[in-house]
Design a protein around this ligand. Structure first.
Ligand SMILES: [Zn+2]
Length: 464
């Protein structure tokens, strides 16, 4: 039973007390939440602590630790035999792009659907991602061939305004690359099918000046981060997977312009030569890195360049290989053979590893399956967890406000059953998600993905 009058009085007393005691905080009981679980991972420590408690007020964490006292009147949510952790981050997603198990059907679908319809579909990808425990993503490229839309910017803004439920997004707008390269949206189509050759407004550049113009154009239109393709790719039809695609002068101009505008640079790069040139140019992260040799990985370590391995992408393609055209199958096989050794080397050498998956190459919301792939290739579970929290926060430049469970940080908090340091697949069973103090999920997900996607999610092996 509620007594509104008493409630008002108690609030008034609290406010008076607050003035009376000066700097000592008095919690307004109605908006304090205490989250409890058997274990807690804070995002940066080398181990979990028992009897974890996180106290949340408004959108912030106001206290965190082991066996903390619960403030009077706080709403207690006891999650039981579970582990509290910072919201995961994925440093490599494509939330505006739809997953399809059929490469050609997907290609046709992207031409068929109105871009506004694709934008509406993208809202379900955003929800599936945040409900899987990923409260922040770096979204590395959104492009609809023949269209001028900035769907990723619209999605990010709609999430920030609370219109759409989804993760905090840092968006790259259109990936920047060379004519005929991995990001040329007209590659593989008949010449002039779309009426003109793409230019800097499509992210396509052929000189250092073009590179600067493309970066300026993208920042003008809302880019938080710059993405470029410096080598060929697996899922593009007319290039080799490991050839360099931008000149050192183009890369230098692109990185210089981005950093002047305080934007970081992520580069799609499979080949070793392109990686060496990109590291020299000063990029912030190498995405994929399949063929990168140990000497180049050592350079990355020495310069503090992150590796975002996106193991899920290769894993998924390899398990559905018959769904891709023969030319892409050959590229995928070569990349898959190389990337496992590359990843093991990167772990051994101590390269900074950021968690990133390339979501859209597989169904959105299955991002956490990357953790097991990392652990299977030699990474310690706790290091894999740190890659998706403190490491990603550092790479994304958001470590001041999120990525760890600490006083004063945003209340982006998740819970998974059991102990992820003993069984890393616990990360795939996140059941509680809070973003900026708001509970997005406590129990089953609200998103019901397609039959194929649901079936895949239940299996331990990607893509079978
Ligand atoms: Zn990608």
């Amino acid at each position: 039973m509620k007594f509104p009058g008493c409630y008002r009085w108690s609030r008034a007393i609290l406010i008076i007390l607050n003035f009376a005691v000066g700097a000592v905080p008095v919690w307004a009981a109605d908006n304090v939440i205490a989250l409890k679980a058997h274990r807690l991972f804070d995002g940066k420590s080398k181990s979990l602590v028992p009897n974890g408690v996180v106290i949340v007020q408004g959108d912030k964490i106001i206290d965190v630790g082991s066996n903390l006292g619960i403030p009077d009147g706080a709403r207690v949510i006891d999650l039981g035999d579970a582990t509290l952790a910072p919201g995961f981050m994925d440093a490599h997603t494509h939330l505006t792009l739809d997953y399809s198990s059929d490469y050609n059907a997907r290609r046709l679908n992207e031409l068929d659907l109105n871009v506004s319809e694709q934008a509406i579909i993208a809202t379900t990808h955003a929800r599936a991602t945040v409900e899987a425990g990923f409260t922040t993503v770096r979204d590395l490229g959104s492009r609809f061939v023949g269209s001028r839309e900035f769907v990723d910017v619209a999605l990010r803004n709609s999430i920030n305004k609370g219109v759409v439920v989804g993760p905090r997004m840092l968006v790259a707008t259109k990936g920047i690359g060379a004519t005929g390269g991995h990001f040329d949206p007209t590659s593989g189509f008949r010449d002039f099918l779309f009426g003109r050759e793409p230019d800097y407004t499509d992210g396509i550049i052929d000189s250092p000046d073009d590179a600067r113009k493309a970066v300026r154009f993208e920042v003008k239109n809302g880019a938080d981060v710059i993405k470029a393709a410096v080598s060929g790719g697996v899922l593009s039809l007319v290039d080799e997977v490991d050839t360099p695609q931008l000149t050192p002068a183009e890369m230098a101009a692109l990185v210089d312009e981005s950093h002047r505008l305080r934007k970081k640079v992520a580069v799609h790069c499979h080949g070793d030569e392109a990686a060496r040139e990109a590291i020299e140019a000063g990029v912030d992260s190498i995405e994929h890195g399949s063929f990168v040799k140990p000497e180049t990985l050592t350079r990355m370590k020495n310069k503090g360049v992150f590796l975002t391995p996106t193991l899920m992408a290769t894993e998924w393609i390899m398990n559905k290989l018959e769904n891709y055209p023969p030319v892409l199958q050959a590229k995928a096989r070569a990349a898959a053979v190389a990337r496992s050794d590359m990843f093991r080397n990167a772990v051994k050498l101590g390269v900074k590893i950021s968690f990133g998956t390339d979501a859209a190459v597989f169904p959105h919301g299955q991002n956490a399956r990357e953790f097991k792939l990392m652990v299977d290739l030699g990474m310690q579970p706790i290091e894999a967890l740190r890659s998706a929290t403190a490491n990603d926060a550092e790479l994304l430049g958001v470590a001041q406000k999120t990525g760890t469970l600490e006083k004063g940080k945003l209340a982006d908090i998740i819970a998974m059953p059991g102990d992820p340091s003993a069984d890393i697949t616990a990360t795939e069973r996140v059941f509680f998600v809070m973003k900026e103090g708001k509970i997005i999920r406590n129990g089953p997900p609200s998103v019901h993905v397609g039959a194929e996607e649901t079936g895949a999610a239940k299996t331990a092996v990607p893509g079978d």
